[in-house]
Design a protein around this ligand. Structure first.
Ligand SMILES: Nc1nc2c(c(=O)[nH]1)N[C@H]1C(S)=C(S)[C@@H](COP(=O)(O)OP(=O)(O)OC[C@H]3O[C@@H](n4cnc5c(N)ncnc54)[C@H](O)[C@@H]3O)O[C@H]1N2
Ligand code: MOO
Length: 401
């Protein structure tokens, strides 16, 4: 029997770190930068107005008030996007829009609301101080500096900034092409009718969703019969275009363990991991391609994903934070756990403002077929290997999903 941590280390090493690849921005969502991004322009690239109004020399509107406005001629109209802007003539103003370049010589902007909005002459009801409503060149980012560092996770703000500083492609850790394979002669795809003894396939659906949420490219083979030749024939031709194979089912102690039978001696090792659910696990290389074999029970699949695949894939994609958030919580009811195994129970965690420790209640029993209960959970309750009984009110470790 190997420990959860040992197997996690083995799977993480197997997956390694994905190579760097240049991708269009639109394909980078959720991926991690493999190189620093240097700004090709400053942000803002030029001094510009933060308001719709009038670009002025503050000395020209000194003392202007509601009751004592200053009236000035309007020299230029400067909408956003105007590229040639002449210097502001002394004793005049320019009408200017938000984002438009400041005319040389103007030192501030008076909002249109503080004027009568005139197009040829304008009455200004407020004075200004130099810098009012002006956004300075490089206030956000200076051209040539590092705008985003290697290791940054590319969410909406990061991708927006990359485009704003002139990038259309980024160097990221390449997402793997993952082949998900569900094995089991009993598996049928909806909406086909079930016969007694058959079940609808669900593991590949969960794995595809979980893998895609990390940014992986995923294909699935949803129902491979428990026959070694059928399994090999279905998967082997796809290996050349695959970076990782994830299987479910066929790895325990029965007479028809197709994954175990096909891959034992072919580079994949099968072991028992000291956990519940998710005990029977395997990993290795098949024709050079990393393979992770998960047990068939649906809850075991998702728990195994959380315990092994998620952290290993996040690390391979360049993420530094690979762990779910851990919190402590008091149990709402007593639980039992098998001696020597780390138990992952599905739970629902709540937390009130100002409290350090939250409250957690189990959802469903320990059975690894209880998928409906998982849908009501927002966390996994983790009971360590040396714990067999926890009482109501005891503090436990919780992984927030
Ligand atoms: N004698 C023993 N029997 C079992 C052991 C053991 O140690 N000794 N371990 C049990 C544990 S724990 C688990 S977990 C399972 C794992 O078995 P397999 O990986 O071989 O999985 P299967 O037998 O193929 O399937 C288990 C269960 O899950 C259902 N299943 C499988 N694939 C899917 C799918 N794609 N979608 C929905 N449901 C699926 C399958 O019908 C079975 O009910 O072994 C225990 N037995
Ligand atoms: O290890 Mo099995 O995954 O408990 O059901």
């Amino acid at each position: 029997m190997i420990s959860v941590d040992e197997h996690r280390t083995t799977v993480t090493a197997l997956l390694g770190v994905r190579p760097a690849v240049e991708l269009p921005l639109a394909d980078c969502t959720g991926l991690v930068l493999a190189e620093d991004v240097r700004a090709q322009v400053s942000l803002p690239p030029f001094d510009n107005s933060a308001m719709d109004g009038y670009a002025v020399r503050s000395v020209d509107v000194a003392g202007a008030t509601e009751s004592g406005p200053v009236e000035l001629p309007v020299s230029e109209d400067i909408p956003a996007g105007r590229t040639e802007v002449p210097p502001l003539l002394p004793g005049t103003v320019d009408r200017i829009m938000t984002g438009a370049p400041m005319p040389p010589g103007a030192d501030s902007v008076v909002m249109v609301e503080r004027t009568d909005g005139g197009a040829e002459n304008v009455r200004v009801f407020a004075s200004s101080t130099p810098g009012d409503h002006v956004r300075r060149t490089g206030e956000d980012v200076v051209s040539g500096t590092v705008a985003l560092t290697a290791g940054t996770v590319l969410g909406p703000a990061q991708l927006g900034l990359a485009s704003a500083v002139g990038m259309d492609r980024l160097v990221v850790h390449e997402p793997p092409r993952v082949l998900v394979v569900s094995t089991g002669t009993e598996l049928v795809l909806p909406p086909a009718e079930l016969r007694h003894g058959q079940i609808y396939e669900s593991n590949s659906v969960m794995l595809v969703a979980a893998l895609r949420s990390l940014g992986c490219h995923v294909e699935s083979v949803r129902s491979v019969a428990d026959d070694v030749d059928t399994f090999r024939a279905a998967i082997e031709p796809k290996l050349a275009d695959t970076d990782l194979v994830v299987t479910s089912g066929g790895v325990s102690a029965g007479a028809y363990e197709v994954v175990k039978d096909a891959l034992t001696g072919a580079g994949v090792e099968f072991s028992k991991v000291a956990m519940q659910p998710g005990g029977p696990q395997g990993c290795g290389r098949w024709n050079g391609v990393p393979v992770v074999t998960l047990p068939g029970n649906p809850v075991s699949v998702l728990v195994s994903f959380e315990a092994f695949l998620r952290p290993a894939l996040l690390a391979s994609l360049g993420h530094t934070g690979v762990d779910r958030q851990h919190v402590r919580a008091n149990l709402t009811e007593a639980l039992q756990s098998p001696k020597g195994k780390r138990q992952f129970r599905r739970g629902y965690y709540t937390h009130s403002d100002g409290e350090v420790t939250g409250v957690v209640g189990p959802r469903g029993g320990p059975g690894s077929h209880l998928l409906a209960a998982f849908t009501q959970a927002n966390c996994l309750i983790v009971l360590p290997e040396d714990v067999t009984d926890v009482a109501r009110g005891d503090e436990v470790d919780v992984l927030l999903l």
